[in-house]
Write a protein that binds this ligand. Structure first.
Ligand code: OXD
Ligand code: MN
Length: 588
């Protein structure tokens, strides 16, 4: 008798009509074979799926060039298909589930003809974790199979865990013909199903990531009493060896990976990495909030990564471990066969070809590497990997940090008065857009808890759920807002960021551990400058003060925009959010 999993795979193959079906076991031998196939047999827009890079300087690294239209998440083509539109909320595109399925079935009919259908069984979370979920993805391209192997715990253990049950997350993925007009990422939360057609890009195609671990998992969490969040998880070790764990939400391409691997400029402080993108947060039996990272790899933005900005990431990328590492849409140095991107160490090489494979001409003002060029690398390659990474229970979180990219207005760091105020801080967060999704860069949009593109249900209900989580916790973490991106009158960033962000983290853990006071302002508690470890920084006092300036005129405008944003969730917005809003407007 076929198991529900085998039955499902069989049904999908009848629809997609692949030439072959191949069940992956996640072994290293298999990874090598798939890379070999990707180098020799599979092509995308005429290019081999993988190209071997210089194995001396970049051990185990391979280059991938995407279809030229397929370079970022496509939020406008991403849908959440609850039977009731109101459940999806104004923050999601919505389609009625049976209508969506009809459309997707038509697009999927025969989409794998002539290709292999890879069956990828994987776990999100450590297989021994009570919080982990068993998943299976189908795909028709080796790039996605290898990427999923790096990003998740792919093995037969997932098949064993599923056994004879129907309780597993299902992902159907095909790049089809990359036609951007037939590209859809469809979520069916009640069925734990994601159906994605037409794109091989990370967030659209590695279905364990945004689709399952955020959109579907956030909906599961809402029903089951936990949170799926767009957050890094890190441990901060102080000079006495005490490690304090924090989770931080920041929108895409705002430095989460840099924060997760930060190399401290303060002697005696060290950051241990647990995750760089996603956190699943559960109330533990001791009343604390516990975090696991459901992923096992890093899918990071290449631009700006260097020994200066993120030395631990560079070490991770160059680690000579057996896991493959992928570079997507970077430029290539044809002399040395090495990847290249803006901001990488050294001078600009002479013989670059751009991310589309054309000789690069610096005078033409085009970018050699795509702004959203990425690397995909195993987290086990990281020299800063926390020894708690594989702890099935996760780590207890003492502080939640909510960030955004704001060149004005928002202070470097603010502590919420309490949990409810903290939820409001998160709800009002805005950020200037980046290249991680297909939209104009640098436009302000509200992005509560950095979850706007990833919350799989009505955001008003999401705020309610956050408030409820706080009530469930006997020891809720303190909540902070941070902003590394404030600029001066010349438009230059005031705060150096990167390794210097440890100075802000130190203040946060000093607060959490009761070591320092703070000053009350209308928008929250801010540091007394004397409590910030600023030694060795060359920033004039006025500029440091500017980082904490609260301009009530600018805030008036901000309040109007916040009100407009929150209003759209109507009766779903909990009254507590409006209470906090009213308190803030009165104080300002
Ligand atoms: C990501 C994103 O790739 O947020 O992590 O876009
Ligand atoms: Mn992300």
């Amino acid at each position: 008798m076929a198991t529900p999993l085998e039955k499902w795979v069989n049904e999908q193959s009848k629809l997609a009509k692949p030439d072959k079906i191949y069940w992956c076991d996640g072994s290293i031998k298999e990874a090598r074979r798939l890379i070999e196939i990707g180098m020799k047999e599979e092509k995308i827009s005429g290019n081999p799926v993988f190209q071997e890079l210089n194995q001396k300087s970049w051990p185990n690294a391979y280059f991938h060039r995407s279809h030229p239209t397929d370079v970022a998440r496509t939020e406008h083509l991403t849908y959440v298909c609850h039977p009731d539109k109101d459940v999806a909320g104004p923050n999601n595109n919505w389609m009625e589930p049976s209508e969506a399925k009809k459309m997707m079935a038509k697009l999927s009919d025969g989409c794998m003809k002539g290709k292999t259908m890879y069956v990828l069984p994987y776990m999100m979370g450590h297989p021994d974790s009570p919080y982990a979920k068993a998943c299976v993805q189908l795909t028709d391209v080796s790039y996605v199979a290898i990427s999923m192997r790096i990003m998740t715990r792919m093995s037969k253990k997932a098949v064993d865990r599923i056994g004879n049950s129907d309780d597993f997350f299902k992902g159907f993925h095909s790049v089809r013909d990359f036609d951007p007009n037939k590209r859809f990422i469809m979520h069916f939360p009640d069925e734990r199903l994601v159906w994605s057609i037409g794109s091989g890009y990370g967030g659209n195609a590695l279905l364990g990531k945004k689709c399952f671990s955020l959109r579907i998992a956030s909906w599961l969490g809402y029903q089951e009493g936990w949170l799926a969040e767009h957050m890094v998880i890190l441990g901060i070790e102080d000079p006495q060896g005490k490690v304090t764990y924090v989770a931080a939400a920041m929108p895409s391409a705002c430095g989460k990976t840099n924060l997760a691997m930060l190399e401290s400029v303060l002697p005696g402080y060290k950051v241990w990495t647990i995750g760089d993108d996603i956190a699943w947060l559960n109330a533990g039996p001791d009343g604390k909030l516990y975090a696991i990272n459901p992923e096992a790899g890093l899918f990071g933005v290449a631009r700006g990564t260097s020994m200066k900005t993120n030395p631990n990431m560079m070490r991770t990328l160059k680690a000579d471990k057996f896991y493959p590492t992928l570079f997507t849409n970077t430029a290539l140095n044809t002399n040395t066969n090495e990847p290249w991107w803006d901001g990488i160490d050294g001078s600009i090489p002479k013989n670059l070809i751009d991310w589309q494979g054309n000789p690069w001409d610096a005078s033409k003002n085009s970018k050699a590497a795509h702004a959203n060029s990425r690397f995909t690398v195993s987290i086990y390659n990281s020299p800063t990997l926390s020894k708690e990474f594989d702890n099935p229970r996760g780590v207890p979180i003492s502080a939640i940090i909510l960030g955004g990219k704001r060149t004005h207005l928002i202070p470097l760091v603010t502590e919420a008065f309490d949990w409810q105020h903290g939820v409001f801080l998160g709800a009002r967060t805005g950020s200037e857009t980046t290249a991680a999704a297909m939209h104009k860069e640098g436009v302000l949009r509200r992005d509560p808890m950095a979850m706007l593109p990833f919350c799989g249900y009505n955001m008003g209900d999401y705020f309610k759920h956050w408030l409820g989580m706080g009530k469930k916790l006997k020891h809720p973490p303190k909540i902070y807002s941070v902003n590394w991106f404030r600029t001066d009158d010349n438009g230059d960033f005031i705060w150096p960021g990167f390794g210097d962000n440890i100075r802000v983290l130190k203040w946060i853990i000093d607060r959490v551990n009761g070591n320092v006071g703070a000053n009350q302002t209308p928008i929250g508690m801010i540091p007394d400058i004397k409590d910030l470890a600023l030694g060795g920084l060359d920033i004039p006092k006025e500029k440091i003060e500017k980082l904490f300036e609260i301009n009530s005129c600018e805030w008036k405008e901000e309040l109007q925009d916040i009100e407009k944003f929150i209003t759209q969730f109507g009766k779903h917005t909990p009254p507590e959010i409006w209470q906090e809003y009213d308190k803030l407007s009165k104080k300002l």
